[in-house]
Ligand binder design. Structure first.
Ligand code: UD1
Ligand code: UDP
Length: 352
């Protein structure tokens, strides 16, 4: 079967990696389409190289823009590509503008659509990602859910057919690459920290970066924790920080460029605590049994919170500092709610 995998943003390269391997194993012909939503080498190329993902067959070079501009340009370009390739099925991942644009382009051409990471909900309609998820789920032919909660979310919206609980492909990726990260990454010595003597932070959500007051408060909170905080900066955050830092160099927070996947896994595994507004990073903290403080008022990954491994602190500095200082490993190991590391194989088999 000819399958078009349509990706464009950092977490989608990571999610596509195990799926791509499983599709190959099952004998499918995969055509990789990269919309170009993320384009810096450290946001894109590094994942293809490190994770052994085949070079994209089509690179659409859409780049950045407003939501409508970016989504519209992607739809047009994806439509041309699908018309040229005529795949039996298209796969989209997660909840970015790439996901929605590719989903709409595919279904309107009558190409069957599979959504990996279906059914996630934050119930916060101010997030662009929430619209991307809901709309994509409602036009997909096959819905691959990472958790039982995701299946239940879809059922509440009346989506019950062709919904499959397969597990989380990001867990597959972590199981595949964690050992390599431990053996190969030198990032701790490069940034000059010892295991468990630092915290790791990432921030890129629009509601945390676009308001300078919120971003400044977040940076202030990370600084106030009082131990080294390694902070790989998403390009969106780096651009916004330039306007709020007032030339003041933080003492404890180390601002570094985005790191590759292996270095990120190494930083996560050895962190004392992880502070993040990223969906993927919350889950990776859970997989590595590292306490997490989420810099959001809500999360889609509710199991990480109910099991005690994740605390929602929003953007309130006092709450963040208190949660980070208090964070401790719960007595019980994280429950196995994200599958068994074979989600990608299930997806390939179901597509067959
Ligand atoms: C996007 C997704 C978000 C996802 C995140 C993963 C949407 C609406 N948002 O957010 O769900 O969690 O990716 O990282 O799709 N930029 C660069 N170089 C790059 C990419 C981006 O400089 O390679 C800068 C540009 O100034 C751009 C800004 O970052 O305007 C934001 O990029 P964009 O892809 O629009 O949104 P993200 O914040 O990355
Ligand atoms: N990641 C990375 N380098 C970084 C920051 C994140 O490799 O500097 C990885 C991280 O390990 C996870 C994924 O990117 O697998 C999460 O993507 P991101 O936070 O950009 O998006 P989200 O998951 O919030 O959609």
């Amino acid at each position: 079967m000819k399958i078009a995998s349509i990706v464009g943003a950092r977490p989608q390269f990571i999610k596509a990696s195990p799926v791509s391997r499983a599709l190959q194993h099952a004998g499918h012909h995969e055509v990789i389409v990269h919309t170009g939503q993320h384009y810096d080498a450290q946001m894109s190329d590094v994942f293809f190289t490190e994770m052994g993902i085949a070079r994209p067959d089509h690179f659409l070079e859409i780049g950045s823009g407003s939501h409508a501009e970016q989504t519209g340009r992607m739809m047009v370009a994806v439509e041309h590509t699908l018309l040229a390739e005529r795949p039996d099925c298209a796969i989209v991942y997660g909840d970015t503008n790439t996901t929605l644009a590719a989903a709409l382009a595919a279904v309107k051409l009558g190409v069957r659509l599979a959504h990996v990471e279906a059914g996630l909900r934050s119930f916060n309609r101010t997030m662009p990602e929430e619209h991307n998820r809901v709309l994509t789920d409602h036009c997909s032919d096959l819905l691959f859910c990472p958790t039982q909660t995701a299946v239940a979310n879809l059922a509440r919206e009346g989506i019950r057919l062709d919904v499959h609980l397969v597990g989380d492909v990001m867990y597959d990726a972590v199981l595949h690459f964690a050992e390599r990260a431990r053996a190969q990454s030198r990032v701790l010595s490069t940034v000059g920290v010892q295991p468990r003597e630092y915290m790791l932070a990432t921030v890129h959500r629009a509601y945390n970066t676009d308001d300078p007051v919120v971003l400044q408060r977040l940076l202030g909170a990370l600084e106030a924790i009082g131990i080294p905080v390694i902070f790989p900066l998403h390009p969106r955050t780096r651009a916004r920080l330039a306007t709020v830092s007032n030339g003041i160099e933080p003492k404890h927070v180390r601002l570094v460029d985005p790191v590759g996947y292996l270095d990120m896994l190494a930083l996560e595994q050895h962190a004392k605590v992880i502070l993040t507004d990223s969906g993927g990073v919350q889950k990776e903290a859970f997989f590595f049994e590292v306490p997490c403080v989420t810099l959001r008022p809500e999360t889609e990954w509710v199991e990480t919170v109910s099991s005690g491994w994740n605390v929602l602190a929003g953007s309130d500095p006092d709450a963040i500092v208190a949660a980070a200082r208090r964070a401790a490993r719960p007595a019980a190991a994280p429950p196995p709610v994200f599958g068994d590391g074979k989600a990608a194989h299930r997806i390939a088999a179901l597509l067959s």
